[in-house]
Design a protein around this ligand. Structure first.
Ligand code: AMP
Length: 605
């Protein structure tokens, strides 16, 4: 790895970036800085936010500025006000010791007059959102005649936002012999077209594999009914008491709604979207940056390019319309050698997109199981205890109040006192989860309709067939709803017994006393071995491949009744439930599958 000195970065800039803690160049800088310090060098760089791209183009741009010439010599175009401010701020910091060098951010939503005043006083670098720059150009208050370098930062997002026309008009006014540098997180056809039209002999570099998300990010998907999305979000957030993350929503309205609901229910959350005033957005961002806010509920556009470190989670409250946007979202976490988790809360209809995303990120989603109320309460309780242990006691400050406190609490035993303290912090969760059923995992029988293939859960439309889907093996298991055994429990059981390997679970048919489920053919042997003869809530589990020779493809070789009687410990058995497996149960299920066929045969006769 080379040093900044070896990359020929000027001493004044080196001094400034060293003060900022940049010890050595990041890969994108190592490649881009020397290239841009040369002459006539256009560039297409596929680099995600967080790779250090601002310094990669910012440093050489600044170094080439002739400070005595008080005209804009470099122009950076970017999609949003926040990004504009961030880039301008970074570049001003790099230029700290370049005496007299002026960087000006120009963006919509703030006074155009003060921007015009600054332009009149003379600036060297203009960082602009396209709309406001066009405004200034039309008022003839900015001259681009001496611009030698143009950067299109987050170019894909600018195109998504419909800035193509504006970019065309701006580039038409910049001298032809400029260098054009295009930075984009993704390479779409539209980006390739822009590159072809505006760049000459551009060098193309890719930092990290093309369209691959950060290596440190774990991707987890939770499949829920559409109606349960918000409850699922709350459960996930509750399960991670120290979460610091962004919840991405698709529309401004949805963003505001979700943020409002969370705030009303006591979560430390706020909204960020384009309908807020500039002052509101600044204030929310500031709160989030200094971690006064745990959850930022945001649209893609508002959160694009924001540089916030140490996010633990990114939550996709629904998937983005443009699959590639997923990479931008998940790239907000797992930065600077930290690990992070990108969570997708999806309903059946959205499963198709999961596979498309898996292709783009070259990784598979792990299947998450929504935490139960009990698991959440345990987690929250531990957090309360942990916080209590860690709390810093300022002996001196509290001393004057303590006699009165002791007097008031004198009648309570230590145990009572602890219980009260814990309940004080914890009742909100106990109360909520006491009154709410666990979330149901959707299957095509009870769930949203119309889903197509996805990575792990497959739908076969509304028809319930008894044959396994091609490529899948159908199993019988001697656990059913009576054992409180639902899809979630099945998935949990499989995951707990087969660690480190993703098992494709297909259709699940839950009966009262037993169930059928499908797994990928390749994994059938592994699943049968892992689940057979284990204990589940005190019962010996039996798993058998549903008999291939049977006309139904469904009936287990052994009578399910032979697997023994249920012993219910957790709730009093109802009359009907206290019986051993009634044989009719599975026979009925089997027969019902064939009734239609039988009827048809009879009719045909
Ligand atoms: P960017 O991709 O430009 O948004 O940069 C991501 C983060 O990395 C910012 O917080 C930069 O300040 C930081 N950064 C950029 N270059 C370096 C470097 N060479 N060493 C340490 N941090 C850096």
């Amino acid at each position: 790895m080379k040093s900044f000195e070896e990359l020929c970065v000027a001493p004044a800039i080196r001094k400034a970036i060293e003060e900022m803690g940049y010890e050595s160049p990041m890969p994108v800088q190592e490649e881009v800085i020397p290239y841009l310090l040369g002459e006539n060098n256009d560039l297409v760089a596929l680099a995600q936010t967080g790779t250090g791209k601002t310094a990669a183009y910012g440093i050489p741009l600044l170094q080439k500025i002739n400070i005595s010439d008080r005209y804009p010599q470099a122009l950076v175009l970017c999609p949003t006000r926040e990004l504009c401010l961030q880039i301008a701020d970074d570049m001003s910091s790099y230029a700290k010791y370049l005496d007299g060098l002026k960087v000006l951010p120009v963006y919509g939503g703030s006074s155009i007059e003060s921007q015009i005043r600054s332009l009149r006083q003379g600036v060297h670098v203009v960082v602009a959102t396209p709309g406001r720059l066009i405004d200034l150009m039309e008022r003839k208050t900015v001259s681009l005649a001496k611009v030698g370098n143009v950067v299109l930062d987050e170019a894909d997002e600018m195109l998504n936002m419909g800035f193509t026309e504006s970019i065309n008009s701006i580039l038409a006014q910049v001298p032809d012999n400029r260098n054009t540098l295009l930075f984009s997180a993704t390479m779409s056809q539209e980006i390739a077209r822009i590159a072809k039209n505006y760049l000459h002999d551009a060098k193309e570099i890719t930092i990290g594999r093309r369209n691959e998300s950060t290596a440190n990010v774990k991707h987890v998907m939770y499949l829920v009914h559409a109606k349960d999305k918000y409850s699922a979000l709350k459960r996930i957030v509750d399960f991670y008491p120290d979460i610091y993350g962004i919840v991405f929503c698709r529309t401004k309205i949805e963003t505001q709604e979700i943020a409002d609901k969370l705030m009303q229910e006591g979560y430390n959350a706020d909204a960020l979207h384009g309908d807020l005033s500039q002052a509101q957005r600044d204030s929310v961002m500031q709160k989030f940056r200094i971690k006064n806010l745990q959850l930022l509920v945001a649209t893609d556009v508002a959160a694009r390019g924001l540089d916030v470190e140490n996010l633990t989670h990114v939550i996709n409250y629904g998937l983005p319309d443009d699959v590639e946007n997923y990479t931008h979202r998940s790239g907000r976490t797992g930065r600077a050698d930290k690990t992070g988790t990108s969570i997708a809360i999806v309903n059946l209809r959205e499963r198709g997109k999961i596979r498309a995303i898996e292709k783009v990120i070259s990784k598979q989603f792990a299947i998450g199981v929504i935490p139960t109320g009990k698991q959440i309460c345990e987690k929250q309780l531990l957090k309360v205890i942990d916080d209590l242990e860690k709390v810093k006691v300022n002996e001196e400050e509290i001393a004057p109040y303590m006699p009165e406190v002791y007097r008031k609490l004198d009648w309570l035993s230590k145990e009572d006192l602890i219980k009260r303290l814990v309940s004080h912090e914890f009742n909100r969760f106990l109360d909520y989860y006491k009154g709410h059923d666990e979330l149901d995992i959707p299957t095509e029988r009870g769930g949203d309709r119309g889903g197509r293939d996805s990575s792990s859960f497959r739908s076969r439309g509304k028809e319930r067939s008894t044959k396994a889907e091609p490529g899948f093996t159908r199993f019988f298991i001697n656990l059913g709803k009576m054992d409180n055994f639902y899809a979630k429990e099945l998935i949990q059981l499989v995951n707990s017994k087969i660690r480190g390997k993703r098992i494709d679970i297909g259709r699940i048919d839950l009966m009262k006393n037993f169930s059928f489920f499908e797994v990928g053919e390749q994994q059938a042997g592994l699943v049968a071995k892992a689940l057979n003869n284990i204990q589940y809530n005190g019962r010996q589990v039996a798993v058998e491949e549903a008999d291939k020779d049977s006309p139904s493809g469904n009936v287990p070789r052994r009578d399910p009744g032979s697997y023994g009687e249920r012993k219910r410990k957790d709730r009093p058995a109802k009359k009907s439930e206290s019986k051993p497996y009634p044989k009719e149960d599975w026979r009925q299920f089997f027969d019902s599958k064939h009734e239609g066929k039988k009827e048809k045969k009879n009719r045909d006769k």
